[in-house]
Design a protein around this ligand. Structure first.
Ligand code: GLY
Ligand code: MN
Ligand code: MN
Length: 436
């Protein structure tokens, strides 16, 4: 049986077109050791096949082979080392392909599928090795012109179909994302409970990632960020190697991958379980922005309007806190708020942590629809030594990040299981036994 998303993709492909979708390949880490394999998200969405060196050919107008998989063949001497493979027979039997071939035959067989195609759907620039292979196939097709073959005259990026599909999650996909989010939340709760001054950032990283795996996650969806003190002000700090001091804030940005989908949560909390008044004041400004944006989310709202709302809320707070001179309107007009809030308020979330999907259409910024999933992650960052800022605010880096899915009349917060108001965080940390 063909996967649901593949059937949907096939229905959307125009007559006479053929899509070629390569899967991921092994990537060398060092010596003879590879990075852990992660399948290409488009390929995985369409096929459900999680093995390297595969290519899917989708040809809805082909008389018999509308869906063909090229895979690594089964080989006893290789399977002993790296595990059982789906193989050519399994690709037909278990993954719904009309035909399957050894990947080594791709060069020889691809011209057969492309020979009569009007349009080739292929995304250049993602897989260098395969780009070259495909260019070779196109060249050979051109050389066959006197035999009456000419190959596709038009090449289209399949993202115009596929990534629009990925932008709107199905109910099954939302269920996977609920699980990815709740596992991610469990990791953050465990870290808050375990944190004590004197620990190292990597100890919290280990607790977060241990919890992810223990709850059934495949892996972290991206490198976990655990930054204490000054490091909380570095947006993508992920060396996680320093000691956590009494009085530090700890910012953790970590998410689990489950069923091919990512969670993406940030929480910030005091290492000793009690916010200072300066930390609390900045924290509540960021929390207000996070909650204000979440309250606005519903179908029909522009994605950009959410960022603008966060900028308004944070700019007012920065003026109230004495961190910016002038009025909030001036802070927005002159973009002085960017000294403390220098990133966007959110991004699409799905199979990739920064998921695919356009943020603008030709006309304007994207309008929200049910099934779209994205993050809400305002933040304020004040490294020590920031000009014109009192020392009590130094090394306060705060981001509060939730994952939301747009519903018919609002949104569902997928990451609600991890506390975010000052009182709940302090109570959780007070009641916890600390690291074991
Ligand atoms: N974890 C990366 C981000 O929040 O965008
Ligand atoms: Mn994010
Ligand atoms: Mn994040």
């Amino acid at each position: 049986m063909r996967p649901v998303r593949l059937r949907e993709f096939m229905e959307k492909l125009p007559a006479g077109s053929v899509a070629v979708i390569p899967g991921g390949r092994e990537v060398r880490r060092n010596g003879d050791t590879d990075f852990e394999f992660r399948q290409d998200s488009d390929f995985y969405l369409l096929t459900g096949l999680n093995e390297p060196d595969c290519v899917a050919v989708v040809a809805p107008s082909h008389p018999v082979h509308q869906y063909v998989l090229f895979v690594r063949p089964r080989k006893r001497e290789e399977e002993i080392w790296t595990g059982l493979r789906t193989g050519v027979e399994g690709a037909v039997r278990d993954f719904g392909a009309d035909a399957a071939f050894d990947i080594a035959l791709l060069d020889q067989l691809l011209p057969h599928y492309l020979g009569d195609a009007e349009t080739l759907y292929y995304r250049f620039g993602l897989h260098d090795h395969f780009d070259q292979q495909l260019i070779g196939t196109m060249r050979r097709l051109r050389e066959m012109v006197r035999s009456g073959v000419y190959g596709p005259g038009t090449i289209v990026d399949p993202s115009v179909i596929l990534h629009e599909m990925r932008l709107r999650k199905s109910e099954t996909e939302i269920e996977l994302m609920r699980r990815a989010a709740s596992i991610s939340a469990a990791g953050h709760v465990a870290a808050m409970e375990a944190c004590r001054p004197g620990m190292f950032e990597y100890e919290l990283e280990a607790i977060v990632e241990y919890t992810f795996r223990r709850c059934g996650a495949t892996c972290p969806a991206y490198p976990s960020i655990v930054g204490a003190g000054f490091n909380s002000t570095i947006l993508h700090y992920n060396t996680n190697q320093e000691k956590i001091d009494d009085g530090d804030l700890v910012l953790i940005d970590a998410g689990a991958e489950y069923g091919g989908f990512a969670g993406d949560i940030t929480r910030t909390f005091p290492a000793n379980g009690r916010f200072t008044s300066a930390q609390q004041a900045v924290y509540e400004a960021v929390l207000e922005a996070n909650e204000q944006v979440i309250r606005m989310i519903r179908p029909g709202v522009s994605f950009m309007a959410l960022h603008e709302e966060a900028v308004r809320t944070l700019s007012s707070a920065l003026v109230d806190l004495g961190l910016l001179a002038g009025s909030p309107a001036e802070a927005i007009e002159r973009e002085t708020y960017r000294k403390f809030f220098m990133h966007r308020t959110g991004h699409w979330l799905g199979m990739d942590v920064h998921d695919v999907g356009r943020y603008r259409t030709r006309e304007d910024w994207r309008i929200l629809e049910p099934g779209m999933v994205f993050t809400v992650e305002p933040g304020l960052y004040i490294p020590a030594g920031t000009e014109s800022v009192p020392a009590e605010f130094f090394n306060i880096g705060i981001r509060i990040e939730d994952d939301v899915v747009v519903t018919e009349d609002g949104c569902e917060v997928l990451t609600k299981d991890v506390p975010k108001d000052v009182r709940s965080i302090e109570n959780l940390m007070k009641g916890a036994a600390g690291a074991v």
